[in-house]
Design a protein around this ligand. Structure first.
Ligand SMILES: O=c1ccn([C@@H]2O[C@H](COP(=O)(O)O)[C@@H](O)[C@H]2O)c(=O)[nH]1
Ligand SMILES: O=P(O)(O)OP(=O)(O)O
Ligand SMILES: [Mg+2]
Length: 210
């Protein structure tokens, strides 16, 4: 399968990413911007949704209009940080169902520890967008994708704000069927496996826990 990584070059996405990288951006502005970026990214990744023709009656005449015709959509945030992207995407696709995967990264071993999983019952019939602002070592995303596939999901995209090559390689290795969409590929990881320069711990910055 072809390795797929798409980097969003849209100026609004790049501008807003620049602001959330700043240490001085507080949780309120950070949350708003993460949602705005997620919405812009969702707009871009839904550009190829299939449409079909249907006939409607306007107040004046019958006419043919376009309707979405493909699989139903689902959003799966990796908690906590992925939660920050959900409302932005829902504002564009309000009928999408939302599943949740709870994972935290053990600070010593960096292993992803699962503590929660709940997906829509028909996850296997949906196109799922798995979201987490950061793709660092790739351990969390890989574990989340495994957990989601175990529950029947087949058609999955992974959407993040910032990634590094290490995480991208891990997803390509473990889940070659899952395309990756990202706002930036940063140079690397620091000694604590945080993305460098990145924007710190996304969960803490969203929820003000540090
Ligand atoms: O700079 C960072 C790096 C990671 N996170 C959080 O950890 C996971 C992703 O890390 P992996 O090493 O890819 O498992 C992600 O859920 C983030 O919440 C971070 O916030 N900032
Ligand atoms: O991956 P983590 O440990 O940073 O989790 P959270 O998103 O809850 O901050
Ligand atoms: Mg965190």
């Amino acid at each position: 399968m072809e390795k797929h990584v798409h980097v969003f070059h849209h100026p609004l996405i790049q501008h807003k990413l620049g602001i959330i990288r700043e240490e001085s951006t507080g949780p309120k502005e950070f949350r708003e911007l993460v949602n705005e970026i997620a919405k812009l990214m969702a707009y871009e990744i839904t550009l190829d949704l299939p449409l079909t023709d249907v006939t409607v009656q306007t107040p004046v005449a019958k006419t043919t209009v376009k309707r979405l015709s493909g699989k139903k959509l689902g959003i799966v945030p990796i908690m906590r940080a992925g939660l920050g992207m959900v409302d932005g995407i829902l504002s564009l696709i309000p009928v999408a169902k939302v599943g949740h995967i709870g994972l935290y990264r053990d600070p010593e071993t960096l292993e992803a520890i699962e503590y929660y999983a709940k997906l829509p019952e028909d996850a296997g019939e949906r196109e799922l967008i798995v979201v987490d602002p950061m793709l660092a070592t790739g351990g969390s995303a890989s574990a989340a994708l495994t957990a989601i596939k175990k529950r029947g999901a087949k058609n999955i995209k992974f959407l993040c704000l910032i990634s590094v090559k290490e995480g991208i390689d891990r997803i390509h290795q473990d889940h070659p069927d899952v395309p990756i969409y990202t706002g930036a590929i940063d140079p690397g990881l620091n000694e604590k496996s945080y993305i460098d320069p990145g924007f710190g711990d996304a969960g803490d910055r969203l929820f003000g826990t540090k």
